[in-house]
Design a binder for this molecule. Sequence first.
Ligand SMILES: *Cc1c(COP(=O)(O)O)cnc(C)c1O
Length: 217
Amino acid sequence: MALDDIKSRIAAAVEKAGRAPDSVTLIAVSKVQPDARVRTVLEQGHRSFGENKVQEAAGKWPAFREEFDGIDLHLIGPLQTNKARQAMELAQAIHSLDRPKLANTLARLAQDTGACPDLFIQVNTGEEQQKAGILPADADAFVAECRGLDLPVRGLMCIPPVDEEPSLHFALLAKIAARNGLSGLSMGMSGDFESAIALGATHVRVGSAIFGERVPG
Ligand SMILES: *Cc1c(COP(=O)(O)O)cnc(C)c1O
């Protein structure tokens, strides 16, 4: 089974890195996957899932939650401020805190509701024009800004450029996290989660290697 295979590859990578067995969370990225495939993974007992769109998550997960207990939903895609409230209600973690405006909105909503999901700051490690995220040079200041707003920042997240060696980006993200006293590292996808684990990933986001190729909707 694909899920078991990924879990054993994660366990092997964790052991090879000399890390604790429970130090890496597998987020099964279910975006654009047919419900039947998601259900199969739920029935195998997996409970951590990732979605990149609030609307899609809202259409899919409330029903699964009525059926299965203990689902942890991670929002991993760009978040518009007008969807922030809905995102906070749906997700246990948001991995795409990428700009001051969103930080301010989340802080205001957290004050209103008295609750906030765990947050990961997305860093644009490849400094790509088309990609979201805080530039590496601005990351320390943004971490401080978010802490000043009392936001529960747990770690950093990155998506390396497709045509570059991902481990350079994972190492950079780990370095920025360490100097800011952040323990969470959301990095590594289907093609590179083992090297992410070697460099300290605490959350790997694996989609197609678990569910199969995404079926465009
Ligand atoms: C889709 C997606 C993933 C999963 O990608 P796979 O290559 O299918 O594992 C991971 N992270 C983010 C941010 C994504 O959008």
